[in-house]
Design a protein around this ligand. Structure first.
Ligand code: SGN
Ligand code: CA
Length: 528
């Protein structure tokens, strides 16, 4: 076994300490030098809206600081592109069928199972989470927690406290989660122990309500339409049946999503939007109305139709989303500043990621769920503690089941053999292990459900992706990501693809066996 990471740190073994350190020891409270972990996760934040990944749309200077000072994963993926399932994967290091949380709508997380916070806690770490949890049972494995119920609210949100009380905090959620996390760092934790702090935001989840101080941003920006915005889904039956289209008045609601509320508004989701606005106090609401009222007036006066209306919705969506990201970026900056100003960065792993990627108009969509690139991917950047020497881009394929074993490895805790993910620690040390995985398994279970994305599983290697949509459909898709990176051409069944199809089906079969997924179907061709 490799030497536990913390044993490599200077001063970890008292006998090896230089004299100056020994003399300074009484003033230094923290005797346990294992690295801290600050794990920031957002909701639905996609790499297209992070300038360290993509410069077309907006600037995120604080997230870019993490990438510039540390590492950027260029092939980071989830195992199931949905909030609760993604969170369960990262907590347990196991795929959805193994940890039991397959769907936001039908499952509850079994909090009695082992998770990385529990293992860290047992190993002497202090553990805490503030923000979104979304697993329908209360957190276990944390010394300190405070979570928003369900999806949480952007304005004047409720928090469920450890005492069992639900209390309302005044203000904007991203600021509040950050304030409370910093307060825990400053005033509540035990400074003698290493810690693992999860700062888990609701931002940038639908319906993208900006902080009042950011409302005016991006109003003069015209975002570029993705090249496949007007995709007709030819050859992709499941994509034809989804309900996450920006163009559709049913899927992207003009009041709820685009905020075009006026007294006679009657859409499917008008009530939900009014409910959210009703959370605001009069000062917040006055700023909101001052911003949106002229836009609403112009929108109804212009009476747009067809592509003009769809493109107008796209611009509103992009603007609102970018405003919410700006607040998030600013708050991440506050955390980085705190760690820097308290001289903690040298001994802290800072992780920034999202529960999955998101469509910013690609294929004409918002939302996620599909195994296609935009939503199977998730951004992942890290600032590394001393002793981990990787720098710049890491292009090996990693998945959110890898976080748990990585954190355990970093803390010097043995990785239990039933964890399905793999520790990324060697990659953070700058190594390039020869035996690293060359494909990823994915399984999306939530159907029938909102957005109508069919159940599917599949395998992705460095070049090809094979997907099987099942349940009330039986459709296979195959993509060559090298020649078709935006997955517009399903080549499954095309002459000349027999050999690659057979090879990908073998990889798929092997992954389903390795991970012991009970949902398996007969392959349509002989696979051996
Ligand atoms: C809500 C949203 C959906 C979203 C799911 C899951 N609808 O139901 O658009 O796909 O959450 O998102 S809303 O009308 O409530 O906004 S997840 O990120 O939590 O999995
Ligand atoms: Ca999400």
């Amino acid at each position: 076994m490799n030497t536990p990471y913390h044993k490599l740190l200077p001063g970890a073994a008292l006998g090896l300490m230089p004299l100056q350190m020994l003399q300074a020891a009484p003033a230094e409270k923290k005797t346990d030098v294992r690295p801290n972990i600050v794990y920031i996760m957002t909701d639905d934040h996609t790499a297209q809206m992070m300038s360290c990944y993509d410069r077309r749309n907006m600037s995120t200077p604080n997230l870019d600081r993490i990438a510039a000072d540390g590492v950027r994963f260029t092939n980071s993926f989830v195992a199931n592109s949905l909030s609760g399932p993604s969170r369960a994967c990262m907590l347990t290091g196991k795929h959805s069928h193994t940890n039991g949380f397959r769907s936001n709508e039908t499952d509850v997380f079994d909090g009695s199972q082992p998770t990385f916070p529990k293992y860290l806690q047992q190993a002497g770490y202090q553990t805490a989470i503030f923000g979104k949890w979304h697993l329908h049972t209360l957190p276990t494995g944390f010394d300190r927690w405070s979570i928003v119920p369900g999806q949480g609210d952007y304005y004047n949100p409720q928090f469920i406290e450890q005492t069992g009380d639900t209390i309302v905090h005044h203000g904007y959620l991203t600021n509040i989660i950050t304030d409370r996390s910093l307060n825990w760092l400053e005033n509540e934790r035990d400074p003698e122990k290493p810690f693992c702090l999860l700062i888990h935001h609701k931002a940038i989840h639908r319906n993208w309500l900006a902080d009042t101080c950011d409302l005016e941003l991006f109003e003069d920006t015209t975002f570029p339409l993705p090249a496949n915005f007007y995709d007709n889904y030819e050859g992709r039956i499941a994509a034809q049946q989804q309900e996450m289209s920006i163009a559709s008045p049913h899927d992207m609601d003009i009041v709820y999503d685009c905020k075009m509320l006026r007294p006679d508004s009657r859409t499917r989701l008008t009530g939900a939007h009014i409910g959210m606005l009703n959370r605001m106090d009069s000062a917040q609401r006055a700023r909101w109305d001052a911003h949106y009222n002229p836009i609403i007036e112009k929108f109804y006066a212009d009476s747009l139709t067809g592509d003009s209306l769809t493109e107008w919705k796209f611009q509103r969506y992009m603007r609102d989303y970018a405003k919410v990201v700006t607040s998030l970026d600013r708050n991440v900056g506050r955390v980085l500043d705190y760690l820097r100003d308290h001289d903690m960065l040298h001994n802290t792993l800072v992780v920034y990621t999202s529960d999955q990627g998101f469509y910013m108009g690609e294929h004409g969509w918002f939302d996620k769920r599909f195994m296609y690139e935009e939503s199977m991917r998730t951004p992942l950047v890290m600032m590394l503690p001393d002793g981990l020497d990787a720098k710049g881009d890491i292009d090996l394929m990693v998945q959110n089941i890898d976080y748990a074993p990585t954190f355990l490895d970093l803390a010097g805790v043995e990785i239990p053999s039933d964890i399905q993910g793999v520790s990324m620690l060697p990659l953070l040390k700058g190594e390039r292990p020869e035996q690293w995985r060359d494909n990823l398994y994915y399984h999306f279970h939530e159907y029938p459900a909102e957005h109508a994305v069919k159940r599917h599983y599949g395998i992705r290697d460095g070049r090809y992706k094979l997907i099987h949509f099942y349940n009330d459909i039986d459709q296979w898709e195959l993509y060559d990501l090298q020649s078709d990176p935006t997955e517009m051409h399903n080549i499954y069944g095309n002459p000349g693809t027999e050999e690659i199809t057979r090879r990908m089906m073998i990889k798929l079969r092997d992954a389903q066996e390795k991970y012991d997924d009970p949902v398996r179907h007969q392959f349509p061709i002989t696979v051996q």
